[in-house]
Design a protein around this ligand. Structure first.
Ligand SMILES: [Zn+2]
Length: 330
């Protein structure tokens, strides 16, 4: 789990554009119903009602306040208007009497914001989703740091996790900062679980939630990958359950081949050799760090962890090996 620094990336213009794409083609009647619900039930600190636009643009602290209001006042019970209890659906259901009962049930329980409006991000309002992905600008899943989530107008390989579940908080189903681009595995594993780990939390962005290390189980670890065990340690108790939910430890145990390669590369490519490569190819490398990045295949700067899969694992193992060497030399 990796914090993403969104500083300077998402400004008010981007949020306004996202909101306007999302709501431009919306039915006026639906807009009115949603506005009315926000006015009736959602209050800001100063007692003023929220507009739907403010809900869509709400930052993390606002989202937390909105969630609390919904929980405290059991507003999930008052979402009736959000559901598609309209004539169209009733008429459709009549026509489809032969359809299985559970399908009709599903139709009746479908909710305009969480189904129609949210689903439009993958169809007629795809432009809004692409804008969100471009602004957040991450290439790798922030939950696992294992899978690419590349997307452009031709191909979208990522899913959007609802940080606050869209089942319980349908009014937040299209809120920009409630949508976390992630891989399908993490989206499925996280499900509707509430997490303390919020990837865009700017207050905690310098914190490492987990630390990877390795343990050789015998002396054959430079020749046999199965002699290496990858260990994941949570650095904050608060996040242990979430690491468990995402099966981070179990998944990273499967990456012992990567750790095996890192250990062997570190053994073969000494600092002297790396330095000689840097001086031999000044047209390619401006620092020894760049030679190491080419060698290990990932950025070694903490700020760039979200650019390549397994960067966190690689950085931690390289650090561990360096620390062990420093200890030996002292
Ligand atoms: Zn993931």
């Amino acid at each position: 789990m990796i914090f993403i620094d969104l500083r300077d990336k998402v400004d008010s213009n981007a949020l306004s554009k996202y909101y306007s794409i999302l709501t431009d083609k919306m039915d006026d009647e639906k807009k009115k119903q949603i506005e009315k619900w926000c006015q009736d039930y959602l209050r800001k600190d100063n007692g003023e009602p929220y507009s739907f636009e403010e809900v869509v643009k709400a930052d993390y602290s606002e989202l937390q306040k909105l969630k609390k209001q919904i929980d405290d006042n059991h507003l999930d019970q008052y979402n009736c208007f959000l559901y598609n209890h309209n004539k169209v659906y009733k008429a459709e259901n009549k026509k489809r009497k032969r359809k299985k009962k559970n399908e009709n049930e599903k139709k009746r329980n479908s909710c305009y914001i969480k189904d129609t409006l949210y689903n439009s991000l993958s169809s007629k309002n795809k432009e809004a989703k692409l804008l969100l992905l471009k602004k957040v600008g991450i290439s790798v899943c922030p939950y696992c740091n294992r899978n690419y989530i590349f997307s452009n107008e031709n191909v979208i390989t990522c899913q959007l996790d609802h940080f606050f579940s869209k089942e319980k908080y349908p009014i937040l189903a299209v809120s920009f900062f409630n949508l976390i681009p992630c891989c399908s595995t993490c989206n499925r594993l996280k499900g509707t679980n509430d997490f303390d780990f919020y990837p865009y939390d700017q207050k905690n962005k310098a914190i490492d939630i987990m630390r990877f290390s390795y343990k050789p189980i015998n002396s054959d670890f430079l020749r046999n990958k199965n002699s290496i065990i990858v260990e994941t340690t949570p650095t904050e108790d608060l996040y242990s359950d979430q690491l468990e939910t995402l099966k981070i430890s179990k998944l990273y145990e499967l990456h012992n081949d990567i750790v095996f390669d890192i250990i062997r590369k570190s053994e073969v490519f000494s600092d002297v050799y790396i330095n000689s490569l840097r001086t031999s190819f000044p047209q390619i490398f401006s620092s020894s760090e760049e030679v190491k990045e080419l060698l290990f295949g990932v950025p070694l700067s903490r700020d760039d962890i979200h650019k390549r899969p397994l960067s966190k694992l690689t950085q931690d193992i390289v650090f561990e090996i360096n620390e062990a060497r420093n200890d030996e030399s002292h």
